[in-house]
Ligand binder design. Structure first.
Ligand SMILES: Cc1cc2nc3c(=O)[nH]c(=O)nc-3n(C[C@H](O)[C@H](O)[C@H](O)COP(=O)(O)O)c2cc1C
Length: 160
């Protein structure tokens, strides 16, 4: 069974709720899931995963510092291309409309593309990935479920 690693940072619990909802959906769709706080994950775990999802609140129009530190640390996997060709995706909680949550999501997705990852976009919904305004409401939880399902399908296809 392919394994999906979900790495998140959350101070107030909003992004954590999204991680939990996505994890349940990925698991229901037939992947093994490992959910890790960003300061507890190792690069060995990242390298072993068949797919990687990352989640962060929007801080000052970008991902939060701990998530950026994690991404910078992933340079360790860059040389050998250990993430190259693997599915990736991102989710985010922001404080309000116009608060730049989309920009934060875009910068997480961009980092994954620089690693050569295959990013799951969204046609119907937040195009860069699930985006909550503060606590995820029913609409966002449904987006998280749909995203988890589609992401698991991609992982299964590519891990095939
Ligand atoms: C240091 C800091 C910076 C923030 N910057 C922004 C911001 O630029 N735009 C925004 O919409 N919300 C901003 N917020 C609000 C958070 O993104 C929002 O409360 C989010 O839901 C927190 O997620 P969490 O509960 O997972 O920690 C900021 C919050 C903090 C603490």
């Amino acid at each position: 069974m392919p394994q999906v690693l979900i790495v998140y940072y959350s101070h107030g619990g909003n992004t954590k709720k999204m991680a939990g909802e996505i994890a349940r959906s990925v698991e229901a769709a037939g992947c093994q899931v490992l959910v890790k706080k960003v300061d507890e994950v190792t690069m060995d775990e990242v390298a072993l995963a068949d797919g990687l999802l990352i989640g962060s609140p929007c801080y000052f129009g970008n991902m939060a510092g701990p998530m950026k530190a994690f991404i910078d640390d992933s340079i360790k996997l860059f040389g050998k291309g250990e993430l190259d060709g693997k599915p990736g995706g991102a989710f985010c909680s922001t404080g309000g409309i116009g608060g730049l949550g989309e920009v934060a999501l875009q910068s997480m997705v961009t980092a994954m593309m620089i690693q050569g990852m295959v990013v799951q976009g969204v046609r119907k919904g937040g195009h860069y990935g699930p985006l909550a305004i503060n606590e995820p409401d029913e609409r966002v939880l449904t987006e998280c479920q749909n995203y988890g399902q589609r992401f698991a399908a991609l992982v299964k296809r590519l891990a095939g």
